[in-house]
Design a protein around this ligand. Structure first.
Ligand SMILES: Cc1ncc(C[n+]2csc(CCOP(=O)(O)OP(=O)(O)O)c2C)c(N)n1
Ligand SMILES: CC(=O)[C@@H](O)[C@H](O)COP(=O)(O)O
Ligand SMILES: [Mg+2]
Length: 648
């Protein structure tokens, strides 16, 4: 496909150039910008649908406001590609979501036009209010503009911010980007409410203009507004109630057509010129706008791999094994078929977590609560307290949003909620914001919590079965993003003995590797490399980070010169807990040299997962180096990549 012609966009080095342009030229910029986004993402993959939905909005905001002095904060930030192209990063879009390249989300370190990082949803209004306080206290900052989607405004944190901002009454702008989509179709009463508000047809053929007029009235001085309201009540005989947002103290403008750049420019310029307090500007947009394959798809091309622009066909790498997500979804569905008390909870990610597979067979037993992890966890706790068997399926990184609920509502009450933790470990293109790095530590610290990690997809099936059977307290099992190892899947999982690990390979006593999770494969590769060095390696799969199999650990410690733990998680996780228990059991007193291999104490930016683990030193080569150091071998660190026949 030839690159699109972009003569007007080519004149935009930054937003200040937009402010020199006529509205006609801005319309041309938007048209060309859309083609640029499609072309760029077709070569990198990424979040296409939401970016296409905010092309006009991105141009209009940067044209109407004085960015970067005015702070534009994108909620989630997955829709920021037009923004990145307009703010001097067009020439780096080909590096999007790749090692050393542009982040797929907004990021402070990347640009002055990214005043606040994102990726986890529903944070933008809080951050915008923070900037507003800074402005009012004399910090060198202008207006704050939060752009938040209809899905993201369903999260509790957004209400906390609206509640506070409405009461503060300070001038700030919340642009509600309402495309009537989350990742999946939207759920919840707020979504229905917004649809009722955004039903432009409700206002007749000139709905958009009526909305703008009503919105402009909102910005009139209070006496004028009161007069208009009373006049309308006299005409209609009905008391005109404000919108939800107005009831909270915001002015409300809209709904307006988020693709009509003329309307957008008029409303934004007017709001900027006249607002004295917080304003919600409700924009109706289309996710995937302007690209037929996206507009026509169920998920509006929310997240795509590279694709052919002409056909929209995505190039998916051929998988040699099923995805962990799919294995979980199928195993859960089979368990649910055997036990009517099994229910599932997802926070706006039925497809991402695989519970959509159960929903196909048992729609009444799968609950999508929207982007509401806090509520989802306690909702599951209530289900467990009622006698049901809830599987709360939430990515590791997003479960962080509901951690107090895990502590306070689940663990403290010992309720048997099952946590299916997908995207455990490093996830790749989504980078540091989505790393599932901390769940071992943050769950392992909780009394009564059982924490498992699957070494492969067969183990995952066993862990689903074990979780279904475990009805005496909370239990969690973690597994990575991506596909399995090709392990044979059991017809039905076996219920594992809680706190019992398994031996994988018996060595003769030089070193033992105690693995948790799917890095078992790296341990086996390391053992092969060590064999070549005459070092005999025992390998055990811990299966449980909590409770630990102290019989196994004792046996390994007493029979080996060195013991190395390996995990796909941050410091303070599995290795730390093993060390703590070994110390408590006096196992550090017998000369066994113990090392813990985990992620380093820093955030790890996006790249291919294998590269990220290599950069983190948590791969076969890292294991071998750790073993050699532990054994105090003074031989040079072998050129392992050469030995493994790998390039750089
Ligand atoms: C706390 C949190 N939970 C879940 C997600 C995953 N997620 C990313 S985008 C998205 C949907 C956002 O919908 P909306 O705000 O309407 O934006 P749109 O994609 O429609 O532009 C979800 C659920 C997230 N980023 N953060
Ligand atoms: C923007 C966001 O948070 C989600 O779209 C996330 O990127 C999904 O991750 P997976 O691609 O691993 O399902
Ligand atoms: Mg949306």
């Amino acid at each position: 496909m030839t690159k699109p012609e972009t003569p007007t966009l080519d004149r935009v080095a930054g937003p200040s150039d937009l402010r020199q342009m006529t509205d006609r030229e801005l319309r041309d910029v938007a048209h060309e910008l859309r083609a640029e986004v499609i072309d760029a993402v077709s070569q990198t993959g990424g979040h296409l649908g939401s970016s296409l939905g905010v092309v006009e909005l991105s141009v209009a905001i940067h044209a109407a406001f004085d960015t970067p002095r005015d702070k534009l904060i994108w909620d989630v930030g997955h829709q920021c590609y037009p923004h990145k192209i307009l703010t001097g990063r067009r020439d780096r879009m080909h590096t999007l979501r790749q090692g050393g390249g542009l982040s797929g989300f907004t990021k402070r370190a990347e640009s002055e036009y990214d005043p606040f990082g994102a990726a986890h949803s529903s944070t933008s209004i809080s951050a915008a209010l923070g900037f507003t306080i800074g402005r009012d206290m004399g910090e060198p900052t202008g207006d704050a503009i939060a752009v938040i989607g209809d899905g993201s405004i369903s999260a509790g944190m957004a209400y906390e911010a609206l509640n506070n901002a409405g009461a503060e009454g300070r001038r700030m702008f919340v642009i509600l980007n309402d495309n009537e989509m989350s990742i999946a179709p939207p759920v919840g009463a707020m979504s229905s409410y917004l649809s009722s508000l955004s039903d432009l047809s409700r206002k007749g053929p000139f709905g958009g203009l009526v909305a703008v007029a009503e919105g402009m009235e909102q910005l009139a001085p209070k006496p004028v507004r009161e007069g208009a309201r009373r006049a309308r009540e006299m005409i209609t005989g009905l008391e005109s109630r404000g919108t939800f947002f107005e009831e909270l103290g915001f002015d409300y403008i809209g709904p307006i057509d988020g693709h009509d750049i003329g309307q957008l420019l008029s409303v934004l310029r007017s709001a900027r010129a006249r607002s004295t307090g917080p304003v919600v500007i409700h924009c109706c947009t289309v996710k995937g706008k302007g690209y037929a394959p996206a507009e026509g798809s169920a998920d509006k091309y929310h997240g795509v791999s590279k694709f052919d622009v002409g056909t929209g066909v995505q190039s998916k790498a051929k998988a040699n094994a099923p995805s962990y997500t799919g294995v979980f979804g199928d195993a859960l569905t089979e368990a649910a078929a055997r036990d009517p008390r099994i229910v599932a909870v997802t926070a706006a990610m039925p497809g991402g977590t695989g519970v959509d597979r159960m929903a196909k067979r048992f729609p009444a037993r799968v609950f999508d609560v929207g982007i509401a992890e806090q509520h989802g966890v306690t909702f599951a706790a209530g289900m467990a307290a009622s006698g049901l068997k809830p599987f709360c399926a939430i990515y590791s990184t997003f479960l962080q949003r509901g951690y107090d609920q895990v502590v306070h509502d689940v663990a403290l009450q010992g309720l048997p909620v099952r946590f299916a933790i997908d995207r455990a470990g490093l996830v790749g293109a989504d980078g540091a914001t989505h790393a599932g790095a901390f769940d071992i530590g943050y769950l392992g610290a909780l009394p009564g919590m059982v924490v498992m990690a699957a070494a492969d997809e067969a183990e995952l099936v066993h862990m689903v079965e074990t979780a279904a059977a475990h009805d005496i307290g909370p239990i969690a099992f973690r597994y990575p993003r991506g596909n399995g190892t090709g392990a044979a899947l059991p017809e039905r999982g076996t219920v594992l003995e809680i706190g019992r690990g398994r031996m994988i390979r018996e060595g003769t006593g030089d070193v033992a590797l105690l693995s948790l999770g799917t890095h078992l494969g790296e341990c086996e590769a390391a053992a092969t490399l060590l064999d070549a060095e005459g070092i005999s390696t025992t390998i055990a799969d811990a299966r449980f980070a909590k409770p630990l199999d102290m019989d196994l650990i004792t046996k390994l410690a007493e029979a080996h010169g060195a013991l190395v733990t390996v995990e796909q998680g941050a410091r303070g996780g599995f290795g730390a807990m093993v060390l703590q228990e070994m110390a408590a059991h006096g196992l550090l007193d017998h000369g066994c040299r113990v090392r813990t291999l985990c992620l380093p104490d820093r955030f790890i930016d996006q790249a291919a997962p294998a590269q990220m683990y290599r950069d983190a030193g948590v791969d076969a080569e890292g294991i071998v180096s750790t073993v050699l150091t532990a054994l105090q071998q003074d031989r040079k660190i072998i050129d392992l990549r050469a030995m493994r026949g790998q390039g750089d």
